[in-house]
Structure formats: C-alpha cells, structure tokens
Design a protein around this ligand. Structure first.
Ligand SMILES: Nc1nc2c(c(=O)[nH]1)N[C@H]1C(S)=C(S)[C@@H](COP(=O)(O)OP(=O)(O)OC[C@H]3O[C@@H](n4cnc5c(N)ncnc54)[C@H](O)[C@@H]3O)O[C@H]1N2
Ligand code: MOO
Ligand code: MG
Length: 612
C-alpha cells in the first residue's frame, strides 16, 4: 500500500532557535507513527514569521505525497501568533466543522481552549490542521481527529486509504491487503548509478579514496583562519604579574643586612593587604603570608620553617622570633612583573585550548570570547526518536546528535545549531539551503549511502556544493562525504553511530582545528605505536579503525580491542582509548596477530586505562 506523508510543522520562535525545546513536533510525529501504519512524517521548525510559514506550507501542499499537514503553535492571541493568517490564504475549502470538533474536544479539557484561533481546511489534496503549541494540546487535538482522518482523506480524493491501526487490528485481524487498492510498484531508483555501465549498474559513482588522501583534500579545501593566532600574537599584557613584590613563602619579611638571629615581629601582612611603608630596623621583621605584598623596606623573606618562635605578647601575638638562616637579598620574593611584564606578549606561542586561552586572558584581567568556527549538527533519519521521547515501534533513539555535540565540546568547539531531519528531500533541501547562513561547518550523520532516501549527496549537488569525495576506503566510515561551497563546509558522516564516531575524529575534528588556525601536525589526533594484545584478528578488505583500550606494561603500550566492532554497536566506544589502524586484508596477510605493532590514533587525553 502506498504510504502517505504527514507534514508536522512546529511554529515557534523559541523552538526555531533552540530545536531541542520542541516537544510538540516530535510528540505529533510519534502519535502519527503509532496511529497510522503506512505513514511517513516530514518535519520542520519555523519562527513565527508569516511568509516563512506560508512558503513551507505551500511547498508541502504542492507535494503529491503530503496529504495531511499539522501545524503546532502560533494560533493564540499574542502579536507574533500568525499561523491562521498564514494558513487561510492557502485553503481552497474551509473545514469549519473539523475546527469545531477540535474546539469542542479541547473546551471539555479547558475553557482556555477558546483562546485558540487555529483553522482547518483543504488545499489541493492536502488537509491542513492548525493545532495549538502546547504538547498537551496537540495530544488532545490529535485525539479529536485521529479517527476522522482516514475517511477525510478518502473523501478528499486520490482514493488513498489510511489504515488506522487499532488494537484489534494489531492483534492480527487487520483487513487483508486485497481490500486495499495495491499501488503501482515503483522501481527502485538508485541515485548512485555510476553511469559507467548500463542502467542496471547500481554501484556508487564515488571512488573510495584512501584515508590520508581524504584528509589531505579536506585540509587543502578548508580555509585556515589565522584570527585566533593573530589575536594571540598581538595580545600584550595590560598589567604586571605580580603587580607588587610578592612573597613566595609563609614566613618573615626583613632586611637582609640584619643577618640572622632574634628579631622583633612588628606586624602581620596578609595576601590582599596594601604595601606596608613602615621604615624597618635591622632587628625587626614582618610576619608575612605567601602572595602578600613584601613591605617597602624589606628585601627578603625567610620561610617559617627556618625560624624559631621565642615569645608571644599578652594578646597571644608573636612578638619575638629567632631567624635561623642567613637572609639573602631577594630571597623568596617575586619582583614586580616577574611572571609577566606589562606590554609582554601574553601568549609566547599560539595555544588553541580554551582552558589555556581563557585562563591566560583572565590572568591579565581580560575576558573575551575565543573565535571558533561556527558548527551545526544535523542527524537524519525518519527512524529517529529524540532520547526523551517514548519508544515507538520501528523507531530508534538518536544517539548521534548527543555524541557529536559532546565530541565538539570535548575538543573545545561548540555547536550552535542542532537539527534532526526525516529522510525527506524537501526538508533536507530547505535545511541545507538555509543552515549555512548561520554556521560555517555542518556535521551531518546519515543519508550518504546507497539508499533511495539517502538524499544528502543529491541535495548537495543540487545546491551547487562541490563534492570532493563521496566514499573513503576505510571501515567504519565508507560512505564518508565531504563537500564545500565557498567557505562553507559539509561533512556527511555515515549514520551508523560508530562510523560517525570514527569519521568525526579522523576528518571533521582535524578540519575544525585547521579552520581554527592549528598547526597542520596537531590537527589530526596524536599517533602512537602500540602492540596488539588480541590474536588472529581477521582483517577486512578495507583498512579498519578498531576501538581499543590501552595497557601500559613496564612503559610499553599494548592495545586490547573492545569486542564486536560492527559499526552500529556504539558500545565499542566504551573504554576506547585509541583507534588501531589495521591494514586492509591481503593474500599474504589475512590476519593481525598478538604482539604485532600498529599505529593508533589517541582518542582522549586519559588514554591509558591499565598499568601493569
Ligand atoms: N547497498 C549498500 N548499502 C550500504 C552500504 C553500501 O556500500 N552499499 N554502506 C553501508 C555502510 S558501510 C554504512 S556506514 C551505512 C551508512 O549509511 P547512511 O550514511 O546512509 O546512514 P543511514 O542509512 O541513515 O543509517 C545507517 C544506520 O545508522 C542508524 N542511524 C542513523 N542515524 C542515527 C542516529 N542519529 N542515531 C543512531 N543511529 C542512527 C540507522 O538507523 C541505520 O541503522 O550504509 C550501509 N549501507
Ligand atoms: O562504513 Mo560502515 O561505517 O562500515 O558501516
Ligand atoms: Mg542510508
């Protein structure tokens, strides 16, 4: 049976800027998926802008496959609520009774439902329903129309049946397929014909490029910004560190000409006190704390361990102390500007770590945002559920969005936009045509292999991106795709979570570092030599990057592979300290053996899990 497509359009300024806040859209998608067997859902999030809403509605209405559009949000009385105004001009016929049915259902729940202005109507062969924005309201409104939709669509035409799945039907008494008109079988259109062979040639037109060549291509295309480096080169310190002569120890400040022996303690100086100008006699001293300003007339500090307390006054304060060592001028004092002089370069060399950058700036009293490339993350897949959503048959939880965002943060980059898109050509096209207005890099996962819903490559080509490569000779990560348009860069990571993990580390991360101004040698993960602990590992035809944990035995490093390496098994990154670079299989060498040495990319700074 031909599947029909629902359009779910979330209309909300807030959700547009922070997609993770959109709960109503994903909830509607889940309700549709669990209610209608043969449905697909496309989704998008828009701000409360009438022309943007209208443009998207019109695009969806013009599509043959989209038969129902449900908008959520923007139906209230607030000034920015314009969904009904955007919808009405597109409708050929009003469906006032449907609007009434929704209103009556909602009013039974709350009288405030009267403050919703949503409309329903037919545009072409598409039924359009405006729901309010709250998750609770969309559940109620959806309940009000769920049973009506199959018949409504039947009446609208094209004789498309929408099988509403009820409990009974799921119990196996579902109506037989024969009762439903069987659609014309559509041939599989492989978007990846090589064009080399004849029409049945269904291989990818993209050659599998070697990993090193893929990285070289990326770093030759991505423009290296020297903004950060310039910022660090030019920054001069506005202050001295320390700004006063500072004691390095807890002890006693005195004149070095006063020799060792008994001294009267005239006062105590704590860190944070002002510089004490008291004219000091040679048989006097100040008790002083580390970091406190050394008094003007003292020129050395003797640490408390090199003294003996002789007497306390009637208030219990130290009054007489015996200095046991010969005081030397300058002893345990940091002169003004000792660590950094006013006008000195704050950064003796460029260092892109946010920890280094921000703390050094703070040390000279500055706070400024580090300029980093702007990155957006896209996860594609109609099967995806957001982690907080209830499970739905046929769906899986989206782990890539979380993983990629955490990886960016771990490596000192941040993600300015996160989007999850169904396998829908129009949505992917509209997203890729606008997202680059606000980001420089898009790291996308999914939709780059051989499926007829793998729209990423075709859309990139349509949007005039240059596809530098569309497959890499590696495992996992084969369909890795890299494209650019001017100074905008698109990384199409494979959807398999581990493939996305590995290709992020080997390609996207070095590109971001390069764009940030890093030295070429530091862009890829550090490489070490490691000895394999596992024996008789079958080599794949492609070079493979296996996840392994590291053991240090008498200072030598060994790697133990983390279980099943299939690229869908995210658990293989648990305990993964390194990616072992295993060569592709040859007739001479079909296996890797224990004790052999291989290169390995270090995944994290704490990369040694065991010491023996
Ligand atoms: N006929 C062929 N099919 C496939 C080939 C091939 O050469 N010929 N390559 C396989 C390889 S290798 C990989 S890797 C995958 C990559 O496919 P896509 O990049 O198109 O990814 P999807 O098909 O969208 O998804 C793959 C897999 O991963 C799951 N997935 C996707 N996104 C997420 C996410 N955000 N969180 C969790 N899991 C995700 C998805 O459900 C699929 O199971 O193609 C092979 N096919
Ligand atoms: O390349 Mo895929 O990532 O092997 O599964
Ligand atoms: Mg695919």
């Amino acid at each position: 049976m031909e599947s029909i497509t629902f359009g779910v359009l979330t209309i909300s300024d807030t959700c547009y800027h922070e997609p993770a806040k959109d709960r109503s859209g994903p909830r509607l998608m889940a309700l549709i998926a669990e209610s209608f067997d043969n449905s697909q859902v496309i989704a998008a999030v828009l701000p409360d802008e009438r022309d943007l809403i209208q443009r998207e509605l019109r695009k969806w209405i013009d599509r043959d496959d989209v038969r129902v559009i449900i908008t959520t949000g923007g139906t209230g009385f607030a000034p920015r609520d314009v969904t009904p105004e955007a919808t009405k001009p597109l409708l050929d016929k009003d469906c006032n009774q449907l609007t009434l049915a929704i209103a009556l259902t909602s009013l039974k729940k709350t009288k405030f439902a009267a403050l919703s202005r949503g409309v329903c109507g037919i545009a072409g062969n598409t039924l359009v329903l405006n729901f309010p924005g709250s998750e609770k309201a969309v559940v109620e409104c959806f309940e009000a129309v769920r049973e009506l939709l199959p018949h409504a669509l039947h009446l609208i035409g094209n004789n498309v049946a929408l099988v509403a799945r009820t409990h009974a039907e799921v119990q196996g008494t579902a109506q037989s397929e024969a009762a439903v008109p069987s659609p014309v079988k559509r041939d599989h259109v492989c978007p990846h014909k090589t064009g080399a062979g004849d029409d049945i040639d269904r291989n990818s037109p993209f050659p599998m490029v070697p990993v090193h060549q893929a990285l070289d291509t990326i770093l030759s295309v991505v423009q290296r910004s020297n903004a950060s480096k310039q910022q660090m080169d030019q920054l001069r310190s506005p202050v001295n560190i320390p700004p006063f002569r500072a004691s390095i120890k807890d002890g006693y400040a005195m004149k070095s000409t006063g020799f060792s022996g008994t001294k009267r303690v005239v006062d105590c100086i704590a860190a944070g006190d002002k510089v004490n100008e008291h004219p000091l006699q040679e048989d006097e001293c100040f008790k002083i704390n580390t970091g406190a300003p050394v008094p003007t007339h003292a020129d050395c500090v003797v640490q408390v361990e090199d003294t003996r307390l002789l007497q306390r006054d009637k208030y219990g304060e130290e009054s007489l102390v015996d200095i046991l060592v010969e005081p030397k001028a300058g002893l345990d004092i940091r002169p003004i500007g000792h660590d950094m002089r006013k006008g000195d370069k704050v950064f003796p060399a460029a260092d892109y770590s946010p920890v280094v950058y921000k703390s050094l700036l703070a040390s000279v009293g500055l706070q400024q945002q580090q300029r980093k490339p702007k990155v957006g993350i896209i996860s594609t897949g109609s099967e995806l559920l957001a982690p907080h959503q209830p499970a739905v048959a046929g769906k899986i939880y989206d782990s890539n969005t979380t993983m990629l965002e955490e990886l960016l943060l771990y490596f000192g980059f941040d993600c300015t936009q996160k989007l999850v898109l169904g396998d829908d050509l129009a949505t992917i096209r509209s997203t890729l045509s606008t997202l680059f207005d606000t980001v420089d890099f898009v790291i996308c996962s999914g939709g780059v292999s051989m499926g007829d819903k793998d729209y990423i490559k075709p859309v990139l080509e349509e949007l005039k991106f240059e596809l530098h490569f569309g497959r890499v000779n590696m495992k996992p990560g084969k369909p890795m795709t890299f494209a650019s348009r001017g100074n905008k860069y698109f990384f199409g990571l494979p959807g398999n979570p581990v493939s996305a993990f590995v290709t992020f580390h080997l390609f996207a991360l070095p590109a971001l570092r390069w764009a940030d101004g890093w030295e070429r040698v530091k862009c890829p993960l550090p490489i070490i030599n490691i000895s394999l602990l596992n024996d008789a590992i079958d080599l794949d035809s492609r070079p493979e990057y296996m996840r392994a944990s590291v053991t240090s035995i008498n200072g030598k490093l060994y790697a133990r592979i983390n279980g099943n390496q299939i690229s869908s098994r995210l658990q293989s990154i648990v305990g993964a300290d390194v990616l072992i670079h295993l060569p592709g299989r040859t007739a001479e060498k079909p296996q890797a053996h224990a004790g052999e040495t291989y290169k390995a990319s270090v995944l994290r700074y704490d990369f040694i899990s065991h010491y023996e």
